[in-house]
Design a protein around this ligand. Structure first.
Ligand SMILES: Cc1ncc(COP(=O)(O)O)c(C=O)c1O
Length: 404
């Protein structure tokens, strides 16, 4: 007989996923209720209101897309963009390329601007491109995990509004650990996942849509044959995906509760608990906690003599990338961290694969003990890999950062 699932103890200090908060694990293991049980629809309503708090929005259209973060991205792009419409994607890492890929599959006319990995865009550069391309939608990642950079969004909403474009952002890696103000920044659509700063497992994608975005979605609304009654909308130009049709997803979460998918009950419990945990601690307090432990980890890796990748001034709070020292086999180093200490750290993608390690301090693992343990283990791993490291340099530097 195949053995039951019984994973070893791990401390997940990579760029996500991270260890889920035990409260979220408990929520996941609670009994199921039916899809239209008033308890369940009550939980759905709670979840909408909780995530308005997380996104800092009054958007009515604040729900979950069932699936990983990529499902949220796909739902946003396929529902907001019609074939042939222009989409502008500022690309500053692997996940910008993902937006391009998904927008192309939605048959958009995709335009890109790029900066080298490790940098972000000044708002003026985005505005110049918006003026030139005149896009229907600007799609930009907030925190690109591949490079650790956090693209400032504060001015982009106003730029898009001035030029009649919608603004979508992928906040999968950044939401919770870095400032995010959906309403104040004029964001029309944003999506995320649970497995980074929200301290949950992957598998649910929170999404919020402004009234402007909802109007775009609604212009292609359809109620499926078999559910449709007199007066319901239909169109001969529907969203090209049924599962990711945000109009239908909103109808399911809305007062009519029109059947679409069967809400992933256990993941909804998890998502709801993630938001409860975050709001209980306080939105700003959670950001401050990520900033604190991110600073300590940054000081610690520097204390070990490692060189930090990219523009540190624009780094996300919750992840740092370091150049793998010359002569060290990066994958062997990661394997040793896992085998000897049960600690997972990451490398990156494409041009950075094998060149950097990425170390996260996010969600449930944005904690002092997790930071210090990781630095102590990394010191030993480097030393055994033949690197001369200052004895205790990582932990000492982190402790000094905490003391400051
Ligand atoms: C910025 C960003 N966007 C999208 C994704 C894709 O998320 P998922 O694997 O949950 O679909 C990730 C995953 O790491 C990410 O970091």
């Amino acid at each position: 007989m195949t053995a039951p699932v019984d994973p070893p103890a791990r401390l997940l200090m990579g760029p996500g996923p991270i260890d889920a908060d035990p409260r979220v694990l408990r929520a996941l293991s609670t009994p199921l209720v039916g899809q239209y049980d008033p308890v369940m629809t009550g939980y759905m309503n709670d979840t909408m209101e909780l995530y308005r708090g997380v996104w800092a929005t009054r958007n009515e259209a604040t729900v979950l897309v069932d699936g990983t973060s990529r499902a949220g991205i796909e739902a946003a792009l396929v529902s907001l963009v019609r074939p042939g419409q222009r989409v502008l994607v500022p690309v500053f890492g692997r996940f910008g390329h993902l937006l391009v890929e998904i927008a192309r599959r939605a048959q958009a006319e995709v335009h890109t601007i790029e900066v080298p990995w490790g940098e972000v865009f000044p708002a003026s550069v985005v505005e110049e491109a918006v003026r030139r391309v005149r896009p229907h939608l600007v799609a930009v990642v907030q925190g690109d995990t591949s490079t650790t950079m956090n693209q400032p969004l504060e001015e982009l909403g106003a730029i898009c509004a001035r030029h009649g474009a919608l603004l979508y952002t992928d906040a999968t890696a950044s939401l919770g650990g870095n400032p995010f103000e959906a309403d104040a920044w004029g964001i029309d659509a944003a999506t995320a996942g649970l497995q980074k700063c929200l301290a949950g497992p992957s598998g649910s994608a929170p999404i919020t849509l402004s009234e402007r975005a909802v109007a775009v979605v609604r212009a292609r609304s359809r109620v499926e044959e078999g559910l449709r009654v007199e007066g319901d909308p239909d169109t001969d130009d529907p969203v090209r995906s049924n599962y990711f049709d945000l109009g239908m997803i909103l109808d399911y979460w809305g007062p009519r509760r029109l059947n679409h998918h069967t809400e992933a009950t256990s993941m909804l419990y998890a998502a709801r608990e993630c938001a409860r945990i975050l709001l209980e601690e306080g939105r700003q307090a959670v950001i401050d906690r990520h900033a604190l432990h991110g600073r300590a980890m940054l000081a610690g890796v520097r204390g070990l003599g490692l060189e930090v990748f990219g523009d540190v001034a624009h780094k996300m709070h919750n992840v740092v990338a370091v150049h793998i020292p010359a002569g060290v086999d990066g994958d062997a180093g990661r394997a040793a961290m896992l085998a000897d200490y049960g600690i997972e750290i990451g490398t990156s993608f494409g041009p950075l694969h094998g060149r950097v390690w990425r170390i996260g301090t996010m969600g449930y693992n944005a904690r002092r003990d997790a930071v210090l343990l990781t630095l102590a283990a990394l010191e030993q791993t480097l030393r055994r890999g033949g690197v001369r490291v200052p004895a205790g340099g990582g932990v000492d530097a982190a402790l000094e950062a905490y003391a400051a």
